[in-house]
Write a protein that binds this ligand. Structure first.
Ligand code: SF4
Ligand code: SF4
Length: 447
């Protein structure tokens, strides 16, 4: 069975919510929409205090090519445009909407009927990309890169295949797994739309073999969709990294930045994003709700919610039975790449794949010890880097050394830290070093 070759680790899976069907989260009393829910220029508000909005109304429009609009997930009245501390921990401008009823824009097709590409022969590649942008679709695996940009390969490049990232390799998270079991046809139509948008006739769906039910279901269903192949993958973290997934499925290696997956002919989209593309193009439904896993060892009812964007995380925790007494940390995302939340009022955003309530014991970090030069972090790094060196160079602010040793290639997967017997806080240091080096490189290139 296929997997990527360099590095990787095997953390405990702890997929407690794998058998929990997706259920609708309750409507919040007030929904909060950050204007920074994607990579690129923040969205520009087009509403003002007192405006009445419906579910699906545009609240803020895209500001440039690498930007997307933000739509309301609720009906009600705009209370204010202010700031909110979002999952990144920064205060961001945001639109606050007081919820009244649940009145949807009429343009949205709310029927459960499947619409296939064969039923819409009029759809052109340009139309698909246009609709994806208008509906505010971003990478929903956590990257939040505007989807229409990925569907527009730069001049001089040519897509050869589409790869759907259905790996969900982060421990604990099960949102993508449940979506595959509950919306397989919609996902497959989504793949055909992406294939048409980038002009290829081959699509792969990469799924790790800890989800045999999803592999079996999609393999069976894919028989009706020519050119789409389900590829079972041997479990290894971080197989959901774009470069690792491309290597696992095609055997091709994406060169170091600034090279992109498209430079080896691949267009990669997350499976949740693929479903959102289906809804955007075939159902005229903007991205205003998503599936999010809320879980943890002490959580009473680990769950997969279909939650409206802007819902406070605290509400989802309540719907799972409340915050367990011995909670040490609440993490936005999974345990490997997620970030601790500053408070529980952080709203669900387009990139919110999970909420992990870590016990006190799990979240306690051991006292860092000196590096014993065991080399385990080097063996674990899926990018072939020297994490001990990058972490030390970052901590000592030796930016030249960090750059020379390719810190910008780090995908922040945390495998080095996970494997370190000396409990060194490598990821924190490397993240800080990478951000600094990238800013220095940008400043140098701008001169
Ligand atoms: S966080 Fe970066 S340095 Fe550490 S293992 Fe992952 S890619 Fe390598
Ligand atoms: S795994 Fe930890 S102790 Fe071993 S070489 Fe890397 S930093 Fe040092």
């Amino acid at each position: 069975m296929k997997t990527f070759k360099i590095g990787g680790v095997h953390p405990s899976e702890n997929k407690f919510s794998a058998n929990a069907p997706i259920r609708k989260a309750g409507l919040p009393k007030q929904a909060v929409f950050s204007l920074y829910q994607h990579i690129g220029a923040p969205a520009k508000p087009v509403v003002a205090k007192g405006d009445v909005v419906k579910v699906g109304t545009v609240l803020a429009e895209a500001d440039g090519f690498v930007s997307v609009p933000v739509h309301s997930s609720v009906s009600g009245k705009v209370n204010k445009i202010d700031a909110v501390v979002d999952a990144s921990g920064y205060r961001r401008p945001a639109i606050f909407v007081d919820v009244e009823g649940d009145d949807w824009e009429e343009s949205i097709d709310r029927t459960p009927d499947l619409v296939t590409l064969a039923q819409r022969p009029d759809l052109t590649a340009e139309e698909i990309v246009k609709r994806v942008k208008a509906c505010g679709i971003v990478g929903m695996g956590g990257a939040t890169f505007p989807c229409h940009v990925k569907l527009t390969p730069p001049k001089g490049t040519k897509a050869e295949c589409v790869i759907i990232n259905a790996v969900e390799c982060e421990p604990y998270l099960t949102a993508d797994h449940r979506l595959m079991l509950e919306k397989p046809d919609e996902i497959l139509v989504g793949v055909t739309l992406i294939m048409k948008a980038v002009g290829v006739d081959k699509g792969y769906i990469g799924i790790e073999n800890n989800k045999p039910d999803a592999i079996a279901l999609l393999t069976e269903k894919a028989k009706a969709y020519p050119g789409i192949e389900v590829v079972p993958l041997r479990v290894k973290y971080p197989q959901g990294g774009e470069k690792q997934l491309i290597a696992a499925i095609t055997g091709r290696e994406v060169p170091a930045p600034p090279a992109l997956p498209i430079h080896v002919g691949a267009v990669v989209q997350n499976v949740g994003t693929t479903f959102a593309i289906y809804e955007a193009v075939m159902k005229s439904k903007p991205l205003f709700e998503r599936v999010i896993t809320v879980t943890g060892k002490d959580v009473k009812t680990p769950s997969n919610f279909l939650a409206r964007i802007g819902t406070p995380m605290a509400q989802l925790i309540e719907e799972c039975g409340g915050l367990p007494e011995a909670t040490g940390k609440v993490i936005g995302g999974g345990p490997m790449m997620g970030k601790a939340l500053m408070n529980l009022d952080v709203p669900v955003c387009k990139g919110s794949s999970g909420l992990l309530l870590m016990t006190e014991k799990e979240s306690r970090r051991g006292e860092p010890q000196p590096c014993i030069r065991c080399g385990k972090c080097v063996g674990a790094c899926p990018m072939g880097l020297e994490p001990y060196l990058l972490a030390t160079a970052s901590a000592l602010r030796k930016w030249d050394l960090a750059e020379e040793h390719d810190i910008t290639s780090c995908i922040e997967c945390g495998s080095c830290q996970y494997t370190c017997p000396s409990m060194r806080p490598m990821l924190d240091n490397i993240r800080m070093g990478k951000t600094t080096v990238m800013a220095l490189v940008r400043a140098r290139n701008a001169k």
